[in-house]
Design a protein around this ligand. Structure first.
Ligand code: PMP
Length: 417
């Protein structure tokens, strides 16, 4: 028995899928203590969009630490925070015409979601929030209330209240007009739905099965929110920071959310950091009203600032689109080869999913991929989707190599079935 089994809680999860002990990592490769190397198509669940230990980010971090730069500072003003805010405005907000205020909540995705929900409720004086089927927003009570997965919800142990789920894009396979149900509930005084404070949505549902919302669906949602005076929150915790191509995943839809949640890759290096962005007029917080000890993780501000340099010339977005297309071509080959298994693919940019008619197949493919040196996880309620999420910095050769391992894994699992 290892110390992980004797001492660490049964709650541990990823180490069960990948039963080895990792030592070091660089770019898209991780190494274990047995000397084996793995291609990482998981990228810290979206926290490592720039790969492991990116040399430019590491240099900035080491320089900062060596100079005894402030590490922890709650929300005191520091040079590292000022530099980040100025650079974030210059590289991200200003070029996109986004006049957002920036809140530093606690450093996790769930922290930014909680702050967004709380702010929406404070601004509107309403308590109801609309979430979507198969959504994932985090494990704290407010975020869980707008999360779909029944197993995760059950973990709360108390009723999850003030949230109503609505069908996500394509939930009825295109058989019903978009938003027919929500629009009706909002206009019918007898519906039983209190006017919501906010709608919270992911543009692509990462944990919920790589479900991609169409741009026209997102635009119709933004329009509905505007007409009914409901705040629109986009949770870009997993799909933001370039995962789908553009810095924000909602850009191609041409919508401007009232509130945006960012975490995971915003720190750049895998260091904990989150942002809640909102329209200037929504900034009704009292000083200290939403506090927290770890809102000033300066090493993360430093690596976050260095990561923004990678966005300065626009090439990252183009590269991500091209690399996404490369993965799609590999997936199309797998889908064609295994048409009898009901294989299909979906995704956008460097978030891609592969499914099979037999929902247990994806798990077996991921397990086999690990044996052959590729880290990929599943997503969806039944773990029915192979979810491919390599770092944006993964080279084309590495993408070809990883997709080759995946294609072989599908063949091997099929042969053994
Ligand atoms: N929102 C989304 C869309 C996520 O994918 C996640 C994490 N997978 C979260 C929120 C929660 O983030 P964290 O695990 O850092 O609390």
């Amino acid at each position: 028995m290892t110390v992980f089994e004797t001492l660490e809680s049964e709650v541990r999860s990823y180490c069960r899928s990948w039963p080895t002990v990792f030592t070091h990592a660089r770019g898209s490769r991780m190494h274990d203590e047995n000397g084996r190397t793995y291609l990482d198509f998981f990228a810290g669940a979206g926290a490592l969009n720039y790969g492991h230990n990116h040399p430019l980010l590491k240099r900035a971090l080491l320089d900062y630490l060596e100079s005894d730069g402030v590490t922890h500072s709650l929300d005191m003003s520091t040079v590292a925070k000022r530099t980040f805010l100025e650079r974030f405005d210059e590289v991200v907000l200003e070029p996109r015409g986004l006049d957002y205020k920036v809140q530093f909540p606690g450093p996790t995705g769930a922290n930014t979601v909680e702050s967004a929900l709380k702010l929406a409720r404070k601004v509107t004086g309403r308590e109801a929030v609309i979430g979507f089927t198969n959504a994932f927003h985090g494990m704290t009570l407010g975020a869980l209330a707008v999360t779909g997965n029944a197993k995760k919800r059950a973990g709360a142990g108390i009723p999850l209240v003030h949230a109503t789920p609505m069908p996500y894009d394509n939930y009825f396979d295109g058989q019903l007009p978009d938003f027919i149900w929500l629009e009706r509930l909002l206009t019918d005084g007898g519906s039983g739905l209190n006017l919501p404070a906010a709608v919270i949505v992911e543009t692509v549902q990462g944990e919920g099965g790589v479900n991609v919302a169409r741009s026209e669906w997102l635009r119709a949602l933004a329009d509905l929110c505007r007409r009914h005076d409901i705040l629109l929150i986009v949770d870009d915790v997993q799909m933001g920071c370039g995962r789908t191509g553009p810095f924000f995943s909602f850009e191609p839809a041409g919508i401007t959310p009232d509130i945006v949640c960012l975490s995971k890759s915003i720190g750049g290096y895998g260091l904990p950091m989150a942002l809640t962005l909102f329209r200037r007029d929504l900034d009704v917080w009292e000083p200290g009203e939403h506090n927290g000890t770890f809102r000033g993780n300066n090493p993360a501000f430093v690596t976050a600032t260095a990561a923004l340099d990678l966005w300065a010339d626009g090439s990252l977005e183009k590269q991500t689109t091209l690399k996404g297309e490369l993965i799609e071509r590999h997936l199309d080959d797998i889908v064609t080869e295994h048409a009898e298994l009901g294989a299909s693919r979906r995704g956008r940019g460097l978030i891609q999913g592969l499914t099979f008619a037999d929902t247990s197949f994806a798990d077996a493919v991921c397990a086999r991929s690990f044996e052959d040196g590729l880290l990929v996880e599943t997503s969806g309620f039944e773990s029915e989707v192979v979810k491919l999420m390599p770092a944006l910095t993964t080279t084309e050769d590495e993408l070809d190599e990883g997709m080759g391992i995946l294609a072989n894994a599908v063949r091997a699992v099929r042969a053994a079935a």
